[in-house]
Each structure stands twice: as structure tokens, then as C-alpha cells.
Design a protein around this ligand. Structure first.
Ligand code: 13P
Length: 256
């Protein structure tokens, strides 16, 4: 683990109603020994549970993220939620460009770019997700895909402080499949992303940016993944839905 402060974030996807949300946050708070100095902990509940999560997490070290936002701040956009709305209820982060949104909801590098812009404008920290599909990996296109996603996602966006910006590398073939990238594969992709980020934003920006790994992280593989030099934590799906597993990942992954 580097001097970058690690982050363990739980992406709950479309799980947990308001009651389940409050219960799970209460359980995590009870179990976690972390005081917040060594590691940041974030959970991203679905929209209807977000305000409840903020309220339940108040006074604890848990920060609340949204799973998406729209790029305009207000207007006739039925069904959408804006940055100012998330900010108002107390969200600190927002997941942007998750592969499920790219796959099922027509998210593109261009919409991801607009959404990252909206998050920065509204002082929400983006958790910018990118990663290659199995077909792309097998075709030897992984690095080209990551390079394109990173450059287009960040195109023309000014980010003052890299501490307020997070990348999540999530190889699509490892999400929800139980098939984790090996530590070597993950480290290789993270090191590549950091090098590309240095080309785009300078060495100092790249060195300070947290890059999380996501894809079938569990308590028993968290240590070897998060122990890699360029892996600064995890974005956890399935295993973030059980307090014991989520806290297990925090403990194993960050050594606290
Ligand atoms: P799993 O941990 O369930 O593979 O999901 C990873 C993910 O998509 C986190 O955003």
C-alpha cells in the first residue's frame, strides 16, 4: 500500500430498501474498528435509500456516494437526479461510468465525461469507473480501451485537487462472476492507468490519485489485491452487502 490513503467503497447496486439500508449501515459502523485515519469507507446505496444512509451514517466515518447523476443541474429530464440534489442530501461521492450503466443504459465515454464535469462542478467526488470487456481483453485491446476511456472521460475537465478524484478499474469480465483479476493483471492495469494519467495531468497528480480495483473482491483475496503498489483500495459489489464481508475486506485489504 502506498502513502495514498486507501478507500474501500461498497457499490450496493439495486439492493437494499430504506430499512435494509439503515440496518446494514448500523452493522458496518458497529463492526468497523477504523477511526478514519488509515482508510476511507464509502457506501453507495440506491437513490431512494441515499438520504436514509446519510442520516444513519452521521457521526461515523462512513461517507455516502450516489451510483449515478445527470449532467445538467436542473430541467426537463424526467427520471434523472442532479448533482445539486445529491449535494443537498449530503452525498460526498458519485459513481460514474459503471460498466453496468455502459452496458444496459447507453452510457458512453461522452456521457461519462459530461457526468464527471457535473460532479466536479457540484463538488461531488467522482468515482470514475472504467475497464475492458472479456472480448477486448482477448483481442489484446485492454490498454487501448483503458487509454481511450481515461482520456475521453477526463476530456477538458479541470480537476484542482487529485484527492477529490477517484478512479475505479473494473474489468467487466470480473464483475459479479467470481472471476477475479490476478494481482499481476490488476497491478499491470493500474500501473498503466497511472502512467496515462501522468501523461494527461502530470506526475504529481497521478501519484496522488487513488485507483481502486473492482471485480469479485472478497475478504480472502483483498489482501493480495490491495497489497499491490498501484492498487489503492477496492470498489466492492456483492461482498459489500454483508457487513461481515465488507468489514473483512476493509481489515484484510488495509491491514487495520
Ligand atoms: P462484484 O464485487 O459483485 O464483482 O461487483 C464489482 C462492482 O461492480 C463494483 O462496482
Amino acid at each position: 500500500m502506498s502513502e495514498r490513503k486507501p478507500i474501500v467503497a461498497g457499490n450496493w447496486k439495486m439492493h437494499n430498501n430504506t430499512v435494509e439500508t439503515r440496518n446494514l449501515i448500523r452493522e458496518i459502523v458497529k463492526k468497523v474498528k477504523n477511526s478514519g485515519e488509515q482508510c476511507e469507507i464509502i457506501v453507495a446505496p440506491p437513490f431512494t435509500s441515499t438520504a436514509h444512509a446519510v442520516e444513519e451514517a452521521k457521526g461515523s466515518i462512513i461517507q455516502i456516494s450516489a451510483q449515478d447523476l445527470f449532467w445538467e443541474d436542473k430541467g426537463a429530464f424526467t427520471g434523472e437526479i442532479s448533482g445539486p440534489m445529491l449535494k443537498e442530501i449530503g452525498c460526498s461521492h458519485v459513481v460514474i461510468g459503471h460498466s453496468e450503466r455502459r452496458q444496459y443504459f447507453c452510457e458512453t465515454d461522452e456521457t461519462v465525461n459530461k457526468k464527471i464535469g457535473a460532479s466536479i462542478r457540484n463538488r461531488l467526488i467522482p468515482i470514475f469507473c472504467l475497464g475492458e470487456t472479456l472480448t477486448e481483453r482477448e483481442a489484446g485491446a485492454t490498454f487501448n480501451v483503458l487509454k481511450r476511456q481515461l482520456a475521453q472521460g477526463l476530456n477538458a475537465i479541470e480537476i484542482q485537487n487529485p484527492v477529490n478524484f477517484v478512479i475505479a478499474y473494473e474489468p467487466v469480465w470480473a464483475i459479479g462472476t467470481g472471476k477475479t483479476a490476478s494481482p499481476e493483471q490488476a497491478q499491470e492495469a493500474h500501473a498503466f492507468l497511472r502512467k496515462e494519467l501522468a501523461n494527461l495531468r502530470g506526475e504529481s497528480f497521478a501519484v496522488q490519485t487513488r485507483i481502486l480495483y473492482g471485480g469479485s473482491v472478497k475478504p480472502d483475496n483483498a489482501r493480495e489485491l490491495m497489497g499491490c503498489p498501484d492498487i489503492d483500495g477496492g470498489l466492492i459489489g456483492g461482498a459489500s452487502l454483508k457487513a461481515v464481508d465488507f468489514v473483512g475486506i476493509i481489515e484484510q485489504g488495509t491491514g487495520i
